[in-house]
Design a protein around this ligand. Structure first.
Ligand code: NAD
Ligand code: TDX
Length: 332
């Protein structure tokens, strides 16, 4: 039994991770979360109080980190500003949280010693052509496009330097696009599901030819637990579930699953610098650590996600209006 410090544990992937830790291990968890617009205490509802506690605070707060990291065996770092569109409107919090915050956390881990796992994204590798036979792998050169992905790339490099220079016991993972319950309605899939519930057409950026490599959040988290358990210190593992699909096909699938004509969507202003395609080769994780995803059929996982949003309107409703007001300003 170990004590986990989970940063960003009131966000989408972090809160699902805490649920996986409670369900699949006997570890205890402290969540450290600033509760930004993306953090939601309702995402932690129903978790056992003797296993999980929440500390509301900032990963840039060195003094707070000292106490929390001292008491932890394992630190799993999910906290981030995570949305590309927001990073184009105001990059400043991305630099603060993703770069300065990761630096502060690494320094606390260096002072107190803990096993550290760093959560990152495939976006650090830039994008691929649609017909490129190569996918991203652990040695693909970094080439981030947006302020979001640039700050995530920088945070990854800090972790690698802290391993090599200071002997911090860290592993890293770079995962593809997650979907599933408790994802903020600013993100592509929940935005379209909740738009349809509200009688609004889904919004496709540009022509909708951009490809993302979808993975269910529970598969991302089972991989993270496996890496913490058996991953080699200093190593990076790419997490993906062979789920490549273009945005137009995803919107058409959502429309069909929700009982609407497949062409009942709108094209809106494209994202500046929009990455064309992400694709993950997760051979290393699968062969070295024996991980496999559970959700191998995207349509089933998507249908279950639609059911979740239909059943949990109280969770997403409070954030919907402000999110759409933000998009309206950029014509998206
Ligand atoms: P999210 O935006 O849903 O959650 C982020 C959480 O971090 C929120 O609860 C927020 O309150 C918290 N937070 C933000 N700034 C903080 C700070 N300064 N101090 C403490 N807490 C802070 O994000 P998500 O989609 O769950 O992503 C989690 C992690 O996974 C991020 O590191 C992201 O880069 C990475 N990732 C996400 C995806 C994806 O598809 N969503 C894919 C690969 C990697
Ligand atoms: O309304 C929309 N219409 C649309 O066509 C929105 C919100 C998005 N899109 C497109 C843009 C992308 O091509 O859908 C795709 C997915 O968009 P997002 O959900 O914003 O995800 P993306 O930019 O791909 O980044 C996500 O995956 C990698 C996460 O937000 C990141 O945190 C993660 O690192």
């Amino acid at each position: 039994m170990a004590h986990y410090l989970v940063t960003g544990g009131a966000g989408f992937i972090g809160s699902n991770f805490v649920r996986s830790v409670v369900d699949d291990t006997d570890h205890t968890v402290t969540v450290l979360d600033k509760l930004t617009y993306a953090g939601n205490t309702a995402s932690l509802d129903g978790l056992p109080e003797n296993r999980v506690d929440l500390v509301v605070g900032d990963i840039c707060d060195t003094e707070l980190l000292d106490g929390l990291v001292r008491g932890a065996d394992v630190v799993v770092h999910f906290a981030a500003e995570s949305h590309n569109d927001n990073s184009l409107n105001d990059p400043s919090p991305f630099v603060d949280t993703n770069l300065v915050g990761t630096f502060a956390l690494l320094e606390a881990v260096r002072r107190h010693g803990a096993r550290y796992h760093h959560i990152s994204t495939d976006e650090v590798y830039g994008d691929l052509e649609l017909d490129d036979p190569e996918r991203f792998h652990e040695t693909t050169p970094y080439n981030p496009s947006s302020p979001y992905s640039a700050t995530k790339a920088g945070s990854d490099l800090l972790v690698r330097a802290w391993v090599r220079s200071f002997g911090v016991e860290a592993t890293l993972s770079n995962c593809s696009n997650n979907y599933g319950p408790r994802q903020h309605v600013e993100k592509f899939i929940p935005r379209q599901i909740t738009n349809l519930i509200d009688g609004v057409h889904p919004k496709l950026y540009g022509a909708g030819q951009n490809v993302r490599d979808w993975i269910h959040v529970d598969d991302h988290n089972s991989a993270v637990l496996r890496i913490i358990e058996a991953g080699r210190i200093g190593e990076t593992y790419l997490i993906g579930a062979d789920g490549e699909m273009n945005n137009k096909a995803v919107v058409e699938m959502i429309l069909r699953l929700m009982g609407h004509p497949a062409d009942a969507y709108e094209h809106v202003t494209d994202r500046p610098g929009h990455d064309l395609r992400y694709a993950i080769d997760s051979t290393k994780l699968r062969t070295e650590l024996g991980w496999t995803p559970r959700y191998t059929h995207f349509e089933d996982g998507l249908a279950a996600t639609i059911d979740w949003y239909r059943a949990n309107e109280a969770w997403w409703r409070p954030m919907k209006q402000a999110t759409e007001a933000k998009y309206a300003k950029t014509g998206q």
